[in-house]
Design a protein around this ligand. Sequence first.
Ligand code: BG6
Length: 493
Amino acid sequence: MSTFPKHFLWGGAIAANQAEGAYNEDGRGLVQTDVTTGGTKNSPRFTTYIDKDGKPGKYASMGHMGGHLPEGAEYAVLDTEYYPNHKAVDFYHRYKEDIKLFAEMGYSVFRLSISWARIFPNGDDAEPNQAGLDFYRSVFEECRKYGIEPLVSIWHFDTPLSLETRFDGWNNRRLVDFYVRYCEVIFKEYKDLVKYWLTFNEINNTIMFLDMFGEQPDEAYQSAYQQLHHQFVASAKAVKLGRAINPDFMFGNMICGITFYPGSSDPADILLNEHAWQQNIFYCGDVQAKGRYGSYAKRLWDAHNVTIQMEEGDLEVLAEGMVDMYTFSYYMSTVITTHEVDDKVSGNFSVGARNPYLTYSDWGWAQDPTGLQYYLEKIYDRYEVPLMVVENGLGAFDTVEEDGSIHDDYRIDYHRAHIKAMADAIANGVDLIAYTTWGCIDIVSAGTGEMRKRYGFIYVDMDDEGKGTMERTPKASFHWYKKVIASNGEDLD
Ligand code: BG6
């Protein structure tokens, strides 16, 4: 007997801007990653522009988190730069081949995102783009052909660039209406093809990200909390609207799940750690899964003189638009302390002290399956709604052997340990219903823009300069995961 429930959903996950490519085909509008270069672990990605005098320029950025253009400059694609997301791994043209491979692994779920800019190129166009609607219909039909349930992120770090430029993105309340309109179109269009929807990918990054770069001015917090309020309202309105369109829809939030540990038993560390959970993890989870701001929210706002502009009725909207399930990504844990730290490590939008009990990936991300069990048990206890792990994986260098095979045992070890941790959490009473590994096929890294930071069970022949055939090759992990799925999580050897 497997510990995993009978209808547990096994699969993988990708995001539109990291996988599709075809950035300027069939009427798609631009998004931030289209004007973002590649980087590495130690060198940032850059956002490119033309300044007011017509001169090209660039600034270090986190791409999707948005930077600031010099006065009078405009985002631009420059001939002198390489943009990895333009081609990505060409899922746009190869989705049939890819979904066939996912089906071969035995997937019952496939998480992907819809690119808002394929549906509304400018975000607020009078009519949706038919070619964009047709593309996702065809993708969902292809999934259904193999009995694969699509799990759809409505927004994965890709607000249409035009909305960023004209409205200052999510700082502007008008984005709520544009987002809800986009939702209405896709909910109606795909109501018979898609059941599971996630409103905003890793919504909490907006706040977590600030602390990564040390002391920030109060305005940065004001903007981050205000943007989040707009996204909470947009999410809740979308949930309400979606339920009216199809009562069978299931909605999830999506949190960047990081397990925070106190660096010592110093009570000050314990308290700081609890406050880190509140700011980074619970703040968004509570609004979306409990329908209200937590009691500690005022403390977080006051610490940075933040005043949230709310409209009358917003709090009722939040209460009415609670999600049905809590979904999250999990890659790593981090350590928080009030004491001086010599050895800091950063990864996935967080920075903390090195944990001597853990090993670290080549990109410095802590490998901590017990942290996943801890997170699952803590979160389930708090919300008591079904949970989904919708991202989990190891970004690693892969070597293609002479005979073309790829022996990614390190990746198998990583997933095996995390699946065991999930089984233990389920045995302890957690209602976990799905697992979608990140980058089931190699895709462009969100953080660094690299191809060589590979997560997939399927290798894609593409490098960091855009050279490669795009040929797909199953890795050893592909065959391993197929056995895992066939045995419903029992056979992990
Ligand atoms: C999550 C994002 O933060 O982590 C993904 O939802 C991202 O888009 C993933 O790709 C892994 O991060 P990275 O930087 O290794 O691609």
